[in-house]
Design a protein around this ligand. Structure first.
Ligand SMILES: *[C@@H]1O[C@H](CO)[C@@H](O)[C@H](O)[C@H]1NC(C)=O
Ligand SMILES: *[C@@H]1O[C@H](CO)[C@@H](O)[C@H](O)[C@H]1NC(C)=O
Ligand SMILES: *[C@@H]1O[C@H](CO)[C@@H](O)[C@H](O)[C@H]1NC(C)=O
Ligand SMILES: *[C@@H]1O[C@H](CO)[C@@H](O)[C@H](O)[C@H]1NC(C)=O
Ligand SMILES: *[C@@H]1O[C@H](CO)[C@@H](O)[C@H](O)[C@H]1NC(C)=O
Ligand SMILES: *[C@@H]1O[C@H](CO)[C@@H](O)[C@H](O)[C@H]1NC(C)=O
Ligand SMILES: *[C@@H]1O[C@H](CO)[C@@H](O)[C@H](O)[C@H]1NC(C)=O
Ligand SMILES: *[C@@H]1O[C@H](CO)[C@@H](O)[C@H](O)[C@H]1NC(C)=O
Ligand SMILES: *[C@@H]1O[C@H](CO)[C@@H](O)[C@H](O)[C@H]1NC(C)=O
Ligand SMILES: *[C@@H]1O[C@H](CO)[C@@H](O)[C@H](O)[C@H]1NC(C)=O
Ligand SMILES: *[C@@H]1O[C@H](CO)[C@@H](O)[C@H](O)[C@H]1NC(C)=O
Length: 392
């Protein structure tokens, strides 16, 4: 965590002294949190001046802080809060609002603003050393059960490929499962989904036997992701596109598998980044000059992609992740670089992660990042020193 201590006493301009105790004002600042009129967190009053709000607050010991906002009609709205916000919840340069602090010896607790891409990249870059968890060559990476992460090894003969699982907090290796000819894996609601060189997807329970179901696809599945809210599985295939299957509740088997129109036929599809809240996903191909495309579900039950959601990105892409701040992280295998885009296609930042043959990416709490390399750089856990707010 960055060592930044903003004590209120230092940042107050000026101090107001009312007969019995000092108050502080932060000029042109407000609180970012939406103020819903939940009487557990505070309340709103309308007044003719900020001083009236100050008198009001001084007589209510529960009020920790309030904002006073000037309106065009030259009246004011004051929002009284019962708690002190975190430092990154304070918004500066707000010209019609002042912040009044009623407890001057309290401090704003630090939380890092992880949506600040510049800061985020700085902190991740600082943490790039001594990150190795395994020196196997790896392909796909996905979330497993009980705080584990799953990674599929990449052997010269795919028959030897294995599924390894690791504790995501400690990096400790937990288990290894040899499943013949495995090339991709996913986990959703107590079921494992394995794509194999036999050009199918097998569904397995936790103990890996028996095989609960098998769907022949006819092509090798390179990546498996889930549209969690709608119980659907997305699979990216070598040479022929995007498969979408429904997951049967309880059994976890796959049904109604369809293909979604592929705009880059004959290219390998490794990268699928799901927008879990929107029935939409980004795809990228492991090929030069394909860009990143957004597919959206339509009310007539089709999936379409058009120029509006496109992100200009010409490098080959082997993974895509959409984070809490709606940023798209694109993994470039040949340059061992991760580029971070705004949804409007603006490049927000990039970082070289070192190592070779970068392949997949996972982003966990506090921006702990797991990456696989299809080289002896293997599996790495990059743990920046950040204290982000929990996932909303
Ligand atoms: C807060 O609101 C609830 C329901 O609106 C009400 O029952 C309760 O008395 C209120 N509490 C205070 C302290 O005003
Ligand atoms: C400001 O005062 C006017 C006149 O009393 C009132 O109509 C208006 O709603 C007030 N505005 C706010 C934001 O309270
Ligand atoms: C607050 O904003 C006003 C209006 O732009 C400006 O005149 C004033 O200097 C600002 N005050 C501080 C303390 O930044
Ligand atoms: C703030 O300071 C006052 C007087 O110095 C003290 O009584 C009070 O306990 C302090 N409050 C906190 C939260 O430290
Ligand atoms: C983002 O972080 C950088 C580097 O720490 C800092 O200079 C910049 O002011 C921050 N931007 C915002 C909007 O907070
Ligand atoms: C990385 O690990 C090596 C050997 O354990 C140690 O000497 C070195 O100081 C570590 N570097 C960092 C940046 O932690
Ligand atoms: C995960 O947790 C559940 C419930 O605690 C337990 O039954 C199961 O065996 C655990 N799985 C693994 C792989 O540890
Ligand atoms: C479904 O809707 C989309 C977008 O509205 C349209 O482009 C497409 O042609 C429709 N497809 C069918 C089969 O109706
Ligand atoms: C994209 O969004 C960023 C951040 O909100 C903004 O700075 C930029 O101007 C936008 N670019 C386009 C092309 O809309
Ligand atoms: C990443 O490495 C490339 C090639 O060495 C270099 O041109 C680029 O500036 C680096 N980018 C960053 C953000 O360090
Ligand atoms: C995030 O980091 C903070 C500070 O190190 C820590 O207290 C918190 O538990 C972390 N959150 C998670 C979910 O790991």
């Amino acid at each position: 965590m960055r060592v930044l201590h903003y004590f209120l006493m230092l940042s107050l301009v000026p101090h107001l002294t009312v007969s019995f105790s000092p108050y502080g004002i932060l000029r042109n600042a407000s609180i970012k949190l939406p103020f819903d009129l939940n009487n557990d967190t505070g309340y709103t009053i309308e007044t003719a001046s900020c001083n009236q709000c100050l008198c009001h607050a001084a007589h209510n010991p529960v009020v920790a802080i309030f904002t006073c906002t000037r309106h065009e009609m030259s009246n004011f709205t004051c929002q009284m809060y019962y708690f002190i916000p975190k430092r990154d919840e304070i918004e500066y340069q707000n010209y019609d609002t002042d912040l009044y602090l009623m407890r001057t010896n309290s401090t704003f607790e630090e939380k890092d603003d992880c949506c600040n891409t510049t800061m985020l990249i700085e902190e991740i870059t600082k943490a790039l050393q001594n990150t190795s968890i395994s020196t196997e060559k790896f392909l796909t990476l996905s979330e497993g059960e009980n705080n584990t992460i799953l990674a599929v090894t990449s052997c010269n003969d795919p028959k030897d490929n294995a599924l390894l699982s690791f504790n995501r907090f400690t990096g400790q290796s937990i288990s290894m499962e040899h499943t013949s000819s495995l090339i991709s894996a996913g986990y959703y609601k107590e079921r494992y989904y394995f794509g194999t060189t036999a050009k199918d997807i097998g569904v397995y329970a936790r103990n890996m036997t028996p095989n609960l179901g098998r769907v022949g696809i006819g092509v090798e599945i390179r990546t498996i992701r889930f549209l969690k809210k709608t119980q659907k599985m997305l699979a990216g295939a070598s040479t022929s596109g995007i498969y979408l299957c429904d997951i049967v509740p309880n059994s976890g088997t796959l049904t109604n598998c369809i293909t979604i129109p592929n705009i880059a036929p004959e290219k390998e599809l490794h990268a699928i980044g799901v927008l879990q809240d929107e029935m939409a996903f980004y795809v990228g191909w492991n090929a030069v000059g394909q860009d990143i495309h957004l597919y959206r579900w339509q009310p007539n039950d089709t999936w379409v992609t058009d120029a509006s959601g496109k992100i200009g990105h010409s490098a080959p892409t082997t993974d895509l992740v959409v984070d809490n701040c709606q940023r798209i992280w694109a993994v470039e295998p040949r340059s061992d670089r991760i580029r971070i885009y705004h949804r409007n296609s603006t490049l927000l930042g990039e970082m070289n992660v070192t190592g070779t043959n970068l392949f997949n990416l996972m982003i966990m709490e506090n921006y702990t990042i797991f990456i696989t390399h299809e080289s002896s750089d293997g599996l790495r856990a990059i743990r920046p020193s950040l204290n982000c707010r929990p996932v909303p």
